[in-house]
Each structure stands twice: as C-alpha cells, then as structure tokens.
Design a protein around this ligand. Structure first.
Ligand SMILES: *Cc1c(COP(=O)(O)O)cnc(C)c1O
Length: 364
C-alpha cells in the first residue's frame, strides 16, 4: 500500500449533499465540482453526487462538464460551466447539453456559433455583476445583453434559462445590497421578455445562513466537502462531516538539536502541505496530537508529544474521529480557507475512495 493517501469518504459526501439539499429546499442545490471537485476528484465525486440524488452539478470549466457526461451522467442531470478561455469553442458543450453561464457579449456570440454548429439551442444562464466585479455584465450593459440573448432565443440558437450572479458572502449588508441589485436586474430582464427558470446567487456561506438569498438554487462547494464556510462553527454543528482524510506514516525518527524527539512524515509542500503549517497545526499519531515544526518539499517534521514508532499511522487532517484536526481548523491556523487546503493537495498523493459503490466500507 502507499505510504500517503487522501481518503475520500463518499458516504460522508452523500450525507452532506442530502443534508444540504434538504436544508435549502424548496430551492435546489447545485453541487459545485470545480478545481477537480476541490481536489476530491471530479468524476468520482460527480458520480457519487448523482447517486445521492443530485440533479444539478457545476464544474466551472467545459472540459470537466464533458468528462462527467462521458462517464454516463445523462441529460436528466444539469451540468453547468461558466468560465472559459477566450478561444473557447462551445459546440461540443452545447451538443452535450451543458448549461452555459454567460458573462460577456463575445461569449454570447461564440455560443450562437456553437449552437448553430451543434444544431441545438444553448441553454444559457445570464450573469449580471452585482458588486463583486469578478465578471458579469454591468447594470448599464444589462438591457442590451438581455436583448441580444432573447434575439438568439427567437432564432432557435439559445434558451434563456437562468439568471445569476456571484456575491461576496463577506458581510450580510453587502449581500443584501447584491440581492437587491440582482432582483432589480431580473425585473429589467423580465420587462424585456425574459422568463427565467432558475435565479441563483448564493454559495455555501450565505446559502446555508440566509433563506432570503436562496431563490431557485444555491451553489455549494465548501459545505459539500464538510468544510464550514463561515466562522464559529464546527462541521458537526451544521450537520456536516469532513470528506477528505489525509493520512501517512512515520518514516523516520530523530532527535532535534534541542534534544526534542522528532518524527518525519513523507509529505511536504510539493504535495500541497501549506508551509504555514509549521509551528501552527498538529497531526495525530495514535490519537495524540503532535505539533508540526517544519515543512520541506517532500517531508514534514513534527515534534513528538509522547511515543511514536517507525511505521505508525499519521492522520494529518480528517473528520476528527482519530484525534486529528479538521481541515477547517488547519485553514484557521494557517490563515487560509479549508477549501484551499484540500484543493491544493496535489495528485502526487493518491486518492482512495471509500463508502458506497467503492467496495470499501471504512477508512481502516
Ligand atoms: C466556487 C463557486 C461556488 C461555490 O463556492 P463555495 O463557497 O465553495 O460554496 C459557487 N458559485 C460559483 C460561481 C463558484 O465559482
């Protein structure tokens, strides 16, 4: 067996998704699988989401959306992409029935070409900017943009299906303002003749805390992985279980200059261990926590706080059931988001899937 691995618990993931879906209902839940499902594996986790009853997935890029279609996720499940390189061709995505977020006039033109080539309309979600300035059409351009999309609909090249924006989720006041701007934009579009099926703006944080921002759908990444997106709660307190466990073994023991006993774990920053873990986070060996003192390229050193032997199992982060910290705690200690930590665990670390459908019942 491999010395280090990232165990992905598909049962925990499915339970999170079910819990979140029930919580946001009657709004729908989009499971956001961008960045290779935040490092969990887009295909494996996408299939698990569908098995858990999800009918809406989001991937950010078209290639991942097509990868999900190619493993048999059919048209009953909507898969949405929304970020494209400038030279993106849309024909394949439209042919595969991938929903497309559209944020600029040039994309709209490309989608019209793609729909003509694919011989079927592109299903569009029009994006308005409501203050985040990430992307999206400005309020000034919005009427012209909506009109252009509706023209494509009349020509049979598009279905104007959704309207959306991205909100900061940093403060309730800003989100409330963004919601108001969004609803104003929806009204403007409806006066121009748009009939939206899906209006969506919230992600994990606001989507869980505020019913008023859910509208027709909430798009969640972080919470699906069991990583709380807002302060002051543990995963369990909001009904979630961390999905990824990062595990390794003790591969060397030595004595530090100050006489401290040290253990070496063969995972380093080249594997995605944050350099900021040194002096801040703990790992668990035999249920006891030991502080990380150094993160090198290929190895991490911990100061032993009790006994450990060569070959002992080390849990770096996980659900917390073996004395380890959660990835959310790592994020807090390192000064980043837990989402970022799991996403950055590189493919040097093999993923092992456990739970439903994998023939592997537990992490043991
Ligand atoms: C990443 C992303 C989300 C999910 O964000 P979380 O905070 O991880 O839930 C939702 N919507 C869009 C457009 C995104 O890019």
């Amino acid at each position: 067996m491999t010395v280090s691995e990232a165990i992905v618990d598909l049962d925990a993931f499915a339970a999170n998704v079910t819990h979140l879906r029930e919580t946001v209902a009657p709004a729908e839940l989009m499971v956001v699988l961008k960045a290779n499902a935040y490092g969990h594996g887009v295909v494996e986790v996408g299939l698990a989401a569908v098995r858990a009853g999800s009918t809406r997935l989001g991937t950010l890029d078209i290639d991942s959306a097509l990868a999900l279609r190619s493993v048999g996720i059919g048209q009953a499940v909507s898969i949405m992409a929304w970020q494209y390189p400038p030279e993106q061709s849309f024909e394949q995505a439209i042919a595969a029935g991938v929903d497309l977020g559209v944020s600029r006039f040039s994309e709209l033109a490309g989608m019209a070409d793609g729909a003509a080539a694919a011989g079927r309309p592109a299903r569009l979600h029009l994006k308005i900017d409501t203050g985040l300035y990430r992307n999206g059409v400005t309020a000034a351009e919005w009427p012209e943009f909506v009109t252009a999309a509706l023209e494509l609909e009349q020509r049979g090249l598009a279905e104007v299906y959704g309207v959306w924006t991205h909100i900061a989720e940093a403060s309730d006041d800003e989100d409330t303002l963004a919601l108001r701007r969004f609803l104003d934009a929806v009204e403007v579009a409806e006066k121009l003749g748009a009939r939206f099926v899906m209006r969506h703006l919230a992600a994990s944080s606001a989507g869980l805390r505020r019913a008023d921002v859910r509208l027709d759908m909430v798009r969640m990444g972080g919470h699906c992985w069991g990583i709380p997106s807002f302060d002051g709660v543990t995963p369990a307190e909001i009904g979630l279980t961390p999905v990824m466990t990062l595990r390794s073994r003790v591969t060397a023991l030595r004595t530090g200059a100050d006489g401290a006993r040290l253990a070496v774990i063969p995972l380093g920053y080249a594997d995605g261990i944050p350099a900021g873990a040194a002096g801040t986070v703990d790992v668990a060996i035999g249920g006891t926590r030991h502080r990380v003192v150094e993160v090198g390229a290929d190895a991490t050193t911990v100061r032993l706080n009790g006994d450990a032997a060569w070959g002992d199992d080390v849990v770096l982060f996980g659900p917390g059931t073996a004395g380890e910290q959660t990835v959310r705690e790592w994020g807090d200690l390192v000064g980043t988001l837990g989402d970022e930590i799991v996403t950055r665990i590189t493919t040097r670390v093999p993923r092992r899937y456990i739970g439903y459908g994998t023939g592997d019942a537990d992490a043991g």
